[in-house]
Design a protein around this ligand. Structure first.
Ligand code: DI6
Ligand code: FE
Length: 411
């Protein structure tokens, strides 16, 4: 370590995929990237590096590619237990919605999550997050919604915050109290929403546990009217919103999200073109979740041609949850977004970097390689970034940095 060096850290002998432009990877070959005070201070062709190749730490990229750290912008990864038994029932012919209506589904995980202690919940969830982080993820969004009482929702959100420290990454939380109607409120959905608005949301927000508000708008969950009420309250509290929209049926969820200037509308298999148009106008990001589509053996694909035609930014995420996407690989989602939905590998990579940052309101902090942004980085042992979407079951991540520091829970 030499004080007075021009940079805190310097990456050499690599190529950059900056994801700076709306299209393509933003390739800079034989590049250098320099960091000072946790932020990207300079990047460009190695020959143009100002001040010589001196820094407190110099990393040798070994001819690989450096990208922004990956961002998983939609997960439910804090939960207890699992639903392997429900998977068997579905394979034997039972429908996801029927299992949910008969008290299984989300409510089965709610029972297990309420019972687990905070430390036990942390332990089970950290296993999943370490796996994501090992694939170059430096930011993860984590939702509550398997507690549905103030105490158990608080427990989930506290675990989410603690996970950020345990796994050395940035955690954005979403309050998803409107995930399912707890049995204590059977037949009284409006009363439950009122309770969320009057007590749970303001209290948890005041404790600094809530970065955004999410809801599950679906025939088996909450109606558009109930979601409108919750979103109006979120706005009063100055919290951004996002929505589980049009996954199993067209509830007009995309348009509803757009009316509230939502950061993102997620799933969208059944969204109409009107909804997509509205999302384009409001700048709402479309978050596609190929893991849930695959695991539920959905036949209806999200409307990619309309999303492209109206230039809606497209992100994708793991949706890591025990019922519809028990998945801890964001790289697998890149592959599935291409094979199942028809994205290009470049669109897929933008979907877990640049556009995923936007879905979390972080576009000025993360998701691209540009001077001034936080130095959240992933290094890959590949010949070209398209390989990140091409291979599945592989993990070519050879390093992960959070705000310029080597992250500890990487491989
Ligand atoms: N996200 C959700 O919240 C639901 N589906 C989805 O993709 C249900 C998750 C669950 O069954 O636990
Ligand atoms: Fe989800």
């Amino acid at each position: 370590m030499h004080a007075g060096e021009p940079w805190d850290a310097l990456w050499l002998n690599l190529h950059l995929a900056t994801l700076e432009l709306e299209r393509g990877y933003g390739e800079i070959r034989d590049a250098a990237l320099a960091v000072r005070d946790g932020r990207i201070a300079w990047l460009g062709p190695r020959q143009e590096l100002p001040g010589g190749e001196r820094a407190q730490i110099v990393y040798d990229g070994r001819g690989g590619w450096l990208t922004p750290g990956l961002i998983d912008c939609h997960t439910h990864l804090v939960y207890a237990g699992n639903r392997a038994e429900e998977f068997e029932r579905r394979l034997a012919g039972e429908a996801y919605e029927d299992i949910a209506r008969s008290g299984g589904g989300i409510m089965a995980t709610v029972r297990a999550t309420r019972e687990a202690s905070e430390d036990e919940l942390l332990r089970q969830s950290a296993v999943r997050l370490r796996h994501l982080a090992g694939e170059g993820v430096t930011t993860v969004e984590i939702k509550s919604g398997y507690g549905l009482t103030i105490e158990s929702e608080r427990k989930m959100l506290r675990v989410a915050r603690r996970l950020g420290e345990v796994c050395d990454l940035r955690v954005c939380t979403s309050f998803l109290g409107a995930h399912a109607l707890p049995s204590e409120y059977a037949g009284r959905g409006d009363d439950y929403i009122e309770r969320l608005c009057a007590e749970m949301l303001p209290a948890l927000a005041a404790e600094g546990l809530v970065d955004a508000v999410d809801a599950y708008c679906e025939r088996i969950a909450f109606s558009p009217k109930q979601v409108e009420r919750l979103f109006a309250r979120a706005r009063e509290l100055g919290l951004p919103v996002r929505l589980h929209a049009d996954q199993l049926s067209d509830c007009g969820g995309g348009a509803l999200a757009a009316r509230h200037a939502a950061l993102s509308a997620d799933h969208l298999e059944y969204s109409s073109e009107d909804s997509i148009r509205a999302m384009a106008r409001s700048g709402t990001v479309a978050v596609l979740l190929p893991g849930a589509f695959y695991f539920l053996r959905e036949a209806r694909r999200p409307p990619l041609p309309a999303l492209r035609a109206h230039r809606v930014p497209i992100a994708m995420a793991s949706d890591c949850n025990p019922g519809t996407s028990p998945c801890t690989s964001l790289l697998l989602m890149l592959n599935m977004a291409c094979t199942l939905f028809g994205l290009t590998p470049a669109e897929a990579l933008a979907g877990v970097t640049r556009n995923a940052a936007r879905a979390l309101g972080l576009q000025r902090e993360a998701g691209r390689l540009a001077a001034g942004l936080q130095a959240d980085l992933a290094l890959w042992d590949v010949r070209h970034p398209a390989e990140l979407a091409y291979a599945f079951g592989a993990n070519p991540c050879s390093g992960r940095w959070r705000a310029g520091r080597l992250a500890s829970s990487g491989r």
